[in-house]
Design a protein around this ligand. Sequence first.
Ligand code: ADP
Ligand code: MG
Length: 140
Amino acid sequence: MIRFVTDNEKMTFEAGCAFGARLKGGAVIAIDGDLGAGKTVFARGIAAALCVEGHVVSPSYTIINEYEGKIPFYHFDLYRLNDADELLGIGFYDYLESAGVCAIEWASKFKDELPSTTIWVKINRIDETKREITIDGCEL
Ligand code: ADP
Ligand code: MG
């Protein structure tokens, strides 16, 4: 298990970046935490490590945003989805099997749909600006 404690947005971005630098194509990252915890900020760090160009925006309305990079980056937010049929509709399982990196916010809503190799990132809000980030399922 890896643990980071961050005091501001930049540190969470950098934690995502340090973590993302170790990822290989095909990795599936589940990012959990409450609204405003910093899931999207952490995902932006992963994207930066993959040399994604342009701004990574929250996929909360689009559900999935795709980016080109050193490795393709697929960024999901499953908050608005309610059943697994909807995952099929957005091609979720194809993305999981692709050679890209998938980062999935609110993944715990669909735990059973994720591969056993999923790396779990949990972001806990300690106070207004302090976050605890724990990562399970990967040796870094
Ligand atoms: P989520 O995707 O989990 O809903 P976001 O990443 O969109 O959350 O937003 C996190 C918000 O919390 C941002 O407004 C950011 O500025 C703020 N923030 C404050 N402290 C931190 C921190 N330590 N890490 C990440 N974000 C932080
Ligand atoms: Mg978000």
